[in-house]
Write a protein that binds this ligand. Structure first.
Ligand code: SAM
Length: 287
């Protein structure tokens, strides 16, 4: 291989030293230094030379190099000023990569998808900064970004939360939101020694494949998600109390009890026992 591939810890250290790079904890910086994990992510993402890929948080460009080899075009959004000159250096051999210096939460990803991929569904791949995992995922789904799949490294517990159903302690608003929009599959568990510096938690790669049609029919999605949030905000309370106490909803106790009865649910049920289908049914009754 003639190109200066990162992914090998030796090259990562060389680049970090060359630029006197200081890791920023506040940006969740844990760089991948394991080529097997990188290969696994690329393989799981199913990227082909037809694809436009958005990478969130390229760091020093390790995974970006792999993405550039596999995809037609890559755009990577990085917040840290100090990484911009480094990316210019490490990605100079690839002419199908653009780096945007900015905050992903303030980036108009929908516009990027339209400009770079004619509005066709894009693939998102990232080793995410863990401190903003949920807002990033929800932003991608809720802001009508045309998405084909999202293949991401997240904290292991968060990956598990996205996959589980009712009756488990990890089941919550994130599980329901992810499963409404996509099919989640954990494709690899990744130990801390695959990163520099090592994170304190275990990580996992999860692929979220966007549903062509949501698995449930719901007339007002926003209302369903308000019901879901209210149910899990007060997990230990009954569903009736959770919904009644919510700042986001304005239903009387009688209205809530009436809706539960119509759904065939006992009045003492907790929100954590409801499936996505039941939340959809409940939302359709409240309309
Ligand atoms: N992709 C690289 C890798 O795998 O080695 C770095 C991954 S590191 C876990 C997360 C990256 O996201 C860092 O480069 C960090 O600076 C960047 N980042 C953190 N917050 C961000 C934000 N709000 N917008 C864009 N990038 C962000």
């Amino acid at each position: 291989m003639t190109r200066p591939y990162l992914g090998n810890p030796k090259y990562t250290i060389e680049i970090l030293q060359k630029y006197d790079f200081v890791f920023q904890k506040r940006f969740g910086q844990n760089f991948l230094i394991d080529t097997h994990v990188l290969d696994k992510i690329i393989c799981a993402s199913g990227i082909t030379k037809e694809d436009f890929v958005l990478e969130i948080g390229p760091g020093i460009g390790t995974m970006t190099q792999y993405l550039a080899e596999a995809a037609r075009e890559v755009t990577a959004v990085e917040i840290d000023d100090a990484l911009i000159p480094i990316l210019k250096d490490t990605l100079k051999e690839w002419d199908n990569v653009a780096v945007i210096h900015g905050d992903i939460l303030k980036t108009d990803i929908r516009r990027i998808a339209f400009e770079k991929n004619n509005g066709k569904p894009i693939k998102v791949v990232a080793n995410l900064p863990y401190y903003i995992t949920t807002p990033i995922i929800m932003g991608l789904f809720e802001n009508q970004v045309p998405i084909d799949s999202i293949t991401i490294m997240v904290q292991k517990e968060v990956a598990e939360r996205m996959q589980v159903g009712p009756g488990t302690k990890d089941y919550g608003a994130l599980s329901l939101a992810v499963q409404y929009y996509a099919k989640p599959e954990i494709v690899a568990n990744v130990p801390p020694n695959c990163f520099m510096p090592r994170p304190k938690v275990g990580s996992a790669v999860i692929r979220l494949t966007r549903h062509e049609h949501p698995p449930v029919q719901v007339e007002d999605e926003k209302l369903m998600f308000r019901l879901i949030r209210a149910s899990f905000n007060q997990r230990r309370k009954t569903l009736v109390n959770g919904l009644k106490n919510s700042q986001e909803l304005d239903f009387s106790k009688e209205e809530i009890e009436g809706a539960l009865e119509k759904c065939g649910l006992p009045l003492n049920i907790r929100g954590e026992a409801l499936t996505l289908e039941k939340f959809a049914e409940l939302a359709n009754i409240f309309i």
